[in-house]
Ligand binder design. Structure first.
Ligand SMILES: [Zn+2]
Length: 224
């Protein structure tokens, strides 16, 4: 089973499920090197860290992208729930979309209280594809993004029975647009729990669900 978003480098002990392959995103210059020990890593600047990155860092990021073969750009995006300068967030995000277009790489996007703005930006870069990880937008936005060829990542949030909106979105979203993930500080069984929950919601076997999600990740990230 492929874990489409796991910050394995956040944990000193590697707590991911042993049978899971993982896409390991970086969050900024502080871990661009660390994530490279994993077979599938991505390079980018998380919106939470946009204020501590400058044009010089973006240039360094471009250099690393050219020489170290990441599978994607990210984690990048917008987070309007946090008190972080929005202009700087927009600037850092758009620069990364330009890099994704230039180097023909998918993007891994963090979008919180900013899914509409993210969609507007993505429409400016129609050749760029990717994943909205830990999706938290509306059902309409989910449909728009899926129609644009984007994949939506679902994680532990789906296990909460109070996440009614998210559960409905996962139920209605085409399985071809779905990815599963554990994000930060995962326990070994977390990915399986997410797969089981979504399989149950979609009335299919866990095997069918995880095979399809694996294929989606392989296709999006060009995994070997
Ligand atoms: Zn993340």
């Amino acid at each position: 089973m492929i874990n489409s978003h796991a910050h394995l480098d956040f944990d000193h002990i590697h707590t991911t499920a042993e049978n899971a392959m993982a896409i390991v995103p970086s969050i900024g210059k502080q871990n661009w090197q660390q994530v490279q020990i994993y077979p599938y890593f991505s390079l980018g600047i998380h919106p939470w860290l946009s204020e501590s990155h400058t044009q010089k860092d973006l240039d360094a990021l471009e250099c690393l992208i050219k020489c170290s073969n990441p599978i994607a750009i990210g984690e990048c995006g917008l987070d309007f729930a946090k008190d972080i300068d929005r202009r700087q967030q927009l600037y850092i995000f758009e620069c990364q979309l330009q890099l994704a277009e230039t180097y023909k790489l998918p993007v891994i996007i963090h979008a919180v209280k900013a899914t509409e703005e993210v969609i507007l930006f993505l429409k400016k870069y129609p050749k760029v594809t990717g994943e909205i990880h830990g999706f938290s937008g509306s059902e309409m936005q989910a449909k728009t993004l899926a129609d644009m060829g984007f994949y939506l990542g679902f994680g532990l949030q789906i296990l909460n029975d109070k996440s009614l909106k998210l559960i409905k979105i996962a139920q209605n979203l085409a399985i071809e647009s779905l990815l599963i993930e554990t994000d930060d500080h995962a326990n070994p069984n977390d990915l399986m729990l997410v797969a089981q929950k979504i399989a149950q919601l979609k009335h299919i076997s866990v095997k069918d669900l995880s095979e399809q999600c694996d294929n989606n990740a392989i296709l999006l990230f060009g995994l070997q």
